[in-house]
Design a protein around this ligand. Structure first.
Ligand SMILES: Nc1nc2c(c(=O)[nH]1)N[C@H]1C(S)=C(S)[C@@H](COP(=O)(O)OP(=O)(O)OC[C@H]3O[C@@H](n4cnc5c(N)ncnc54)[C@H](O)[C@@H]3O)O[C@H]1N2
Ligand code: MOO
Length: 423
């Protein structure tokens, strides 16, 4: 449609919208411009904080460690007492949980990891560097002052920022909060997202001839839940303009984002754009120079942003990562992460048609001499299948202008999070 012309007053705004494809960068900025950081705050107990975003900087309520304590199992002593001696009598034992005591003159105390350093001791000798004779201890070599003592305040000082505002709480944050005795935190409410599939061909149970299972709705619900959204599965919409418009019009203002899949392209049953308008919404952008995902559309319905992804399942996956994930991040006040920015090396030769940026599944096959991952391209640029993703370690993206990728070229990718998983 490039080069189409319009008479003044022409209401063919769909034509105007696809006069040119949006770059994926412009499309992302458009998608982000349709959402605002949410202001609603709730306080949640620590066990419910995982995956939520804290609203403010979380500061240390006190210094840590709270008291000088031993980093090792061994003997606490006063260095000056070793002057001219290699053995000291053992005056007692202090374990983690004991109240701080006092080291008598010219003696050592048996001490265990985490135990408070007795007053007067200025180092701890590891048990491996001693000969433990029960009531006496022989020290092989004089330790350095302060050896094996974790000083009060050496890990964090009172008031320092432990977790920056808008951080997504991960398991190590939960541990850090618990270590600080913080049992509840203020978080942004979860973004509420409505999810629809569209298409008369979709089945939920046994498929009749010509029907296919609905892959997009379960995948979108899973992607959204993983990203921390509160998801409402709104089912499958028929390929019917009135029914689709009625379903959209019946949505109240409780959603922050509405995500659909299918019916956004050029076919006679692709009703989502018209239905959005008929329901009182606005279409702000349509069609992106992106493969897969060209017919993605962006709009608004009431107070919600509306992102219409294409029907092909891999296009849904890509559209989620490029646009929906960024919208969710913005809603919770976080900074949306750029997509596919990690450098890697192509382990393949590939000639393609330029014009759209392309996202494709990749598998890591090794590393080059500089330590960069070498990637194998999976699949055949088919947006209808998710099968190549099953063997993928992540997604790579090449710019719209790329027409050839040669083995050894630098490309950029987004690894899936696989911490602790070998393959
Ligand atoms: N004349 C043109 N035709 C098409 C264009 C174009 O530019 N001009 N773009 C193509 C591209 S690219 C894509 S992507 C698709 C997207 O079309 P729609 O968003 O309208 O999606 P549908 O037609 O509804 O479905 C496409 C495909 O995906 C299957 N599908 C749909 N929903 C699901 C689901 N929930 N689970 C599994 N599979 C689903 C559907 O059966 C179709 O096979 O348009 C091209 N056409
Ligand atoms: O954009 Mo489509 O998703 O290329 O097949």
């Amino acid at each position: 449609m490039d080069g189409a012309s319009f008479r003044p007053g022409c209401d063919c705004d769909d034509l105007a919208l696809h006069h040119a494809l949006l770059s994926h960068e412009d499309a992302r900025n458009l998608a982000l411009g349709l959402v605002r950081p949410m202001r609603d705050i709730e306080t949640v107990p620590l066990h419910a904080a995982l995956g939520r975003h804290c609203t403010t900087d979380i500061r240390a309520p006190h210094a840590m460690p709270a008291f000088d304590n031993s980093a090792m199992d061994g003997f606490a002593l006063r260095l000056a007492d070793l002057d001219g001696r290699c053995c000291l009598p053992v005056a007692g034992c202090v374990a983690a949980g004991d109240a701080p005591g006092t080291l008598p003159p010219d003696a050592a105390m048996r001490i265990y990891t985490g135990a408070p350093i007795p007053d007067g001791a200025d180092c701890v000798v590891m048990v491996e560097a001693c000969i433990d004779k029960g009531d006496r201890v022989h020290i092989d070599a004089a330790p350095t002052p302060g050896a094996n003592i974790r000083r009060a305040g050496s890990d964090q000082s009172s008031g320092e920022v432990l977790i920056a505002a808008h951080t997504r709480i991960r398991p190590h944050h939960v541990g850090l909060l618990a270590a600080n005795g913080l049992n509840a935190i203020a978080v942004t409410r979860r973004p509420r997202v409505a999810v629809y599939s569209t298409g008369d061909e979709l089945s939920e149970g046994v498929c009749r001839p010509g029907h296919i299972p609905d892959a997009n709705r379960p995948m979108l619900c899973a992607l959204l839940a993983e990203a921390g959204a509160e998801v409402e599965d709104r089912g499958i919409l028929p390929d019917d303009l009135d029914a689709t418009a009625a379903a959209f019009a019946a949505l109240d203002d409780r959603f922050d984002l509405i995500v659909t899949s299918g019916a956004v392209s050029m076919g006679g049953k692709d009703h989502v754009r018209a239905a959005l308008r008929a329901a009182g919404g606005d279409l702000d952008g349509w069609r992106v120079a992106l493969k897969p995902g060209k017919p993605v559309m962006f709009g608004r319905l009431g107070t919600a942003a509306f992102t219409g992804l294409p029907g092909n399942p891999f296009a849904v996956h890509v559209g989620f990562h490029l646009f929906v994930a960024a919208q969710l991040a913005r809603l919770v006040g976080a900074t949306p992460a750029d997509f596919a920015t990690d450098p890697a090396v192509a382990g393949f030769d590939w000639t393609r048609k330029p014009g759209r940026a392309e996202v494709f599944p990749v598998r890591r096959t090794g590393h080059d001499t500089a330590g960069r991952p070498v990637l194998e391209r999976l699949g055949k640029s088919v947006s209808a299948t998710l099968a190549p993703l099953a063997a993928a370690d992540g997604l790579a993206m090449v710019p719209a202008a790329t027409h050839h990728v040669a083995q050894g070229d630098t490309i950029h990718w987004q690894p899936f999070c696989t911490a602790g998983v070998a393959s």
